[in-house]
Write a protein that binds this ligand. Structure first.
Ligand code: AMP
Length: 293
């Protein structure tokens, strides 16, 4: 596995083979969710070379304390990636990717458009502009055929797909389903900040998403289902930011179930903000109301 920290090394690695490249962007502190993105990339045909980036992107943090405490575990990450059979890891310094970063946000940014306005965009101003700016830079530098993203960050995935389309990046996006602990909690680098008591409560978020999805598939009222989930999560100890039914392409709220719907949720548990989602897949009418979520 090649460890790349400079652009000249990246260019050399690219020139060494004409094989296509699948790119997996991460912020490190890798867990089995990230490794699942790698194995999804390895299953692509014709088999590409796999390049993983590790970069804790300062532009997408609007809270300095959150950036400072973001876990950095490079040695363990590299060992996991080597074991997974990754071809190269790109670990750029902040100055390399943000040479004119003056800390005041004066540099050129990608405007991620309307998809970035609600939900995480409302809770974290500038987050998606920062994410899209660095992803676009990495796409330019790496020039992959494939880029692999997790459905865990549903809004991020929607914005990246839209950016690729609107800015004509010649890249295919591969979306990978959310990987979960056995109790349903979506794997996340931030889970390590949960106390033991909070970790025991955390799976309730996904349990409520599944329960709401099943109730919606059973034709229950959207308002009542969402209200019941809010109440259950608040009783369990969450501070709910949003728990909503949305169109999975526009991310706009839906008052009625459609065949392109997703439940999006974010809730605070202690100091940790958990986000999760559940795409709704009901059995077609005529097969009863069995829900296939
Ligand atoms: P991060 O390092 O948190 O920025 O995540 C890097 C990539 O891994 C993103 O595409 C995430 O959506 C994806 N990812 C993070 N957690 C999971 C998970 N539990 N399951 C699937 N993909 C994930």
């Amino acid at each position: 596995m090649r460890l790349i920290t400079h652009l000249i090394e990246l260019a050399q690695w690219q020139a060494a083979s004409s094989q296509t490249v699948a790119f997996v962007p991460t912020m490190g502190n890798l867990h089995p969710g990230h490794l699942h993105l790698v194995s999804a990339a390895q299953a692509l045909l014709p088999q590409p070379r796999i390049l993983v980036s590790i970069f804790v992107n300062p532009l997408q943090f609007n809270d300095a304390a959150d950036l400072a405490r973001y876990p950095r575990t490079l040695d363990a990450d590299l060992a996991q990636l080597q074991h997974a059979g990754v071809d190269a890891v790109f670990v750029p310094a902040v100055e390399l990717l943000l040479p004119s970063n003056d800390g005041a946000g004066a540099g050129v940014r990608i405007d991620p458009g309307a998809l970035a306005e609600p939900w995480e965009g409302a809770a974290r101003p500038g987050h998606f502009a920062g994410m899209a700016t660095i992803v676009a830079k990495l796409f330019h530098l790496i020039n992959p055929t494939w880029a692999v993203f997790g459905e865990k960050d549903f809004q991020q995935l929607a914005i990246v797909r839209r950016m690729v389309r609107d800015l004509n990046f010649p890249i295919h996006i591969l979306a990978v389903p959310t990987q979960r602990a056995t109790d349903g909690l979506a794997l996340s680098s931030r889970n390590r900040f949960l106390t033991e008591a909070e970790r025991a409560i955390a799976p309730v978020l996904y349990a409520q998403l599944r329960q709401a999805a099943a109730a919606l598939c059973a034709q229950q009222s959207v308002d009542l289902v969402l209200h019941a989930a809010h109440v259950a999560l608040t009783r369990a100890g969450f501070v709910v930011d949003y728990f909503n039914l949305c169109d999975s392409r526009s991310l706009q709220p839906l008052s009625q179930l459609s065949n392109q719907a997703v439940l999006l949720a974010a809730a605070q548990l202690g100091t940790v903000r958990l986000i999760d989602n559940e795409p709704i897949r009901c059995e077609p009418a005529g097969y009863g109301t069995i829900c296939a979520t």
